[in-house]
Design a protein around this ligand. Structure first.
Ligand SMILES: Nc1ncnc2c1ncn2[C@@H]1O[C@H](COP(=O)(O)OP(=O)(O)OP(=O)(O)O)[C@@H](O)[C@H]1O
Ligand SMILES: [Mg+2]
Length: 307
């Protein structure tokens, strides 16, 4: 009997090195590390655009879940949905049918952001400026407008001033979710922000297309927004069991050693299910590895010095 038990514990010992065990150990450590942590407010409002013209890499999931994690950490956060698909608005359970005042009115009709923001249900300190289907027309309507690339930048500046004038708490983060294109909506988002965060899906074609995005960011820096920096890269849909994911992660870290967060977001069914319940993964399944990963990423983002 005793011998057998020794055998099995030895077996378990060698199991320590499987990806699953590593994941569980890491989740456990993360849970303890993140228990009850309060996030320190940044010195000034950080405006971060989440961009990648490649579709389905996790931009929206990242915007929504980072925003939730930051606000649950005690910070004031505004998420701007700059994608006519309105996925961010859906995920945050924000009404956004065609009649709802949205980023369309802000960008095309110069409505103040405060006229369109909505409180995210059951989340303190978190607001969302929604996107409706109308925003799909903005891409074309913006072309003929004055200062067409600066409209979001000006709207955010006015909004921050307006909040201060009304004695409302300063926003700590403004996160802007972009559509999967490099059109005028994304340009507006890149002109409005100080920082760009690029979610990269840990798969084979990950780095393809990144050059195009980086070239666009360079152009915007040269002509429209000299302060813009790619501050953060986040590996998403990371499957620790595949060698490919590890290889892609290594490549990304070699290219962007300063920018790439230590935290990676695992492929997680919970993350993809949460939006259909109008919830973020943080409230839908707080102890899931997806929720923990987004909390760890938010903590890391907030702890690293802002550019
Ligand atoms: N870590 C993850 N694990 C599993 N599924 C995920 C994960 N992150 C995102 N997804 C799912 O993958 C799909 C694409 O994600 P998401 O909408 O966040 O990407 P996106 O870059 O915003 O897409 P788009 O370019 O269309 O705006 C969604 O169905 C989402 O639920
Ligand atoms: Mg999206």
């Amino acid at each position: 009997m005793a011998e057998k038990r020794d055998d099995s514990s030895q077996g378990a010992g060698s199991m320590d090195d499987t990806p699953l065990m590593r994941e569980l150990t890491r989740d456990h450590a993360r849970r303890r590390q993140l228990e009850g942590v309060e996030f320190t407010a940044p010195e000034s409002t950080r405006i971060i655009t989440i961009a990648n013209q490649k579709g389905g890499v996790g931009k929206t999931s990242t915007a929504v879940n980072l925003a939730a994690a930051l606000s649950m950490g005690g910070l004031h956060v505004l998420v701007i949905d700059a994608d006519p698909q309105g996925n961010t608005s859906t995920a945050l359970n924000i009404e956004h049918h065609a009649e709802v005042p949205s980023m369309y009115e802000v960008l095309v009709e110069s409505a103040p952001i405060s006229d369109v923001v909505q409180d995210v249900p059951d989340m303190e300190r978190l607001q969302c400026a929604p996107a409706t289907i109308n925003l799909s027309g903005a891409e074309i309507e913006l072309v003929s407008l004055v200062a067409r690339e600066n409209r979001l930048r000006n709207a955010i500046r006015d909004h921050l001033e307006d909040r201060a004038a009304r004695g409302l708490p300063r926003l700590d983060y403004v996160l802007i979710d972009c559509p999967p294109s490099l059109g005028l909506l994304t340009v507006n988002a890149l002109v409005a922000a100080r920082e760009v965060m690029i979610p990269i899906q840990a798969e084979y074609y990950a780095l393809e297309g990144l050059t195009l995005l980086l070239n666009n960011i360079d152009l915007i820096r040269q002509h429209l927004n000299p302060e813009l920096v790619v501050s953060t890269i986040l590996l998403t849909m990371y499957d620790a069991r595949t060698r490919l994911a590890a290889q892609v992660a290594q490549d990304v870290r070699e290219h962007f050693p300063e920018q790439t967060l230590e935290a990676t977001i695992p492929r997680s069914v919970r993350i993809s299910e949460a939006p259909s319940y109008g919830q973020t993964v943080l409230t839908y399944d707080p102890s899931s590895s997806g929720a923990l990963a987004y909390r760890a990423a938010a903590y890391e983002l907030n702890t690293r010095p802002a550019p």
